[in-house]
Write a new protein. Structure first.
Length: 200
């Protein structure tokens, strides 16, 4: 496999803690683990994270943004998800996901989605269940401890850290705009990682 261009320097990726996994690793995530650190934390492979972001951005760029739903139950992901959706014009739900949102047209907050993106498969179980029922592919940010059943595209990353969540959603927003042809160059993207980072 030829070396892909990194969307962010390895140093910047590392500074944001994107690669810092958990102390527990699932069988599903085995292939995305780079090594285990002395303190027992599993370290994710940044090149695989980078590759998944490129694939996800191509996929998202081909779908009408109003048909993309991005969800997050974790508080640190609220701001990154809201910002991502604002820039790309996707739908987002942060906080509690109301059962039936994707499957019950009678509900007043019913949504149609062609693709669902989740921030943590452990927390976002209900939306994943419904995405499966309607046949929408699932893109998921997966940490070392996540199971990946029903996930169609795994983005291996620290899905709990404030900075790492900001960096992942920031990169994905920028790259999706590039894939869409909406911007030519990284420098055309007028947002910084700080715009995406949850405030304490």
């Amino acid at each position: 496999m030829m070396e892909e261009e990194l969307l962010l320097s390895e140093e910047e990726y590392q500074k944001s803690g994107v690669h810092i996994g958990t102390q527990i690793k699932s069988k599903d995530m085995q292939d995305y683990i780079f090594k285990i650190r002395n303190d027992g934390l599993y370290i994710l492979d940044i090149k695989k994270t980078n590759h998944a972001l490129i694939v996800a951005s191509r996929m998202l760029s081909r779908i009408d943004p109003s048909q993309i739903l991005v969800v997050a139950q974790r508080q640190y992901a609220f701001r990154p998800v809201i910002k991502f959706s604002e820039i790309l014009g996707t739908k987002s739900i942060v906080g509690r996901f109301i059962p039936g949102t994707l499957t019950n047209p009678q509900m007043k907050n019913y949504l149609e989605a062609k693709v669902v993106m989740v921030t943590d498969p452990l927390a976002d179980t209900q939306v994943m269940k419904e995405a499966r029922m309607i046949g929408a592919p699932i893109i998921a940010l997966c940490d070392a401890n996540n199971k990946t059943d029903y996930v169609d595209l795994v983005i291996p990353t620290n899905n709990k850290g404030r900075r790492s969540l900001a960096v992942i959603y920031w990169l994905l927003a920028r790259q999706t705009l590039k894939s869409r042809g909406a911007i030519k160059d990284d420098s055309d993207f007028k947002y910084s990682v700080d715009d995406f980072e949850a405030q304490l």
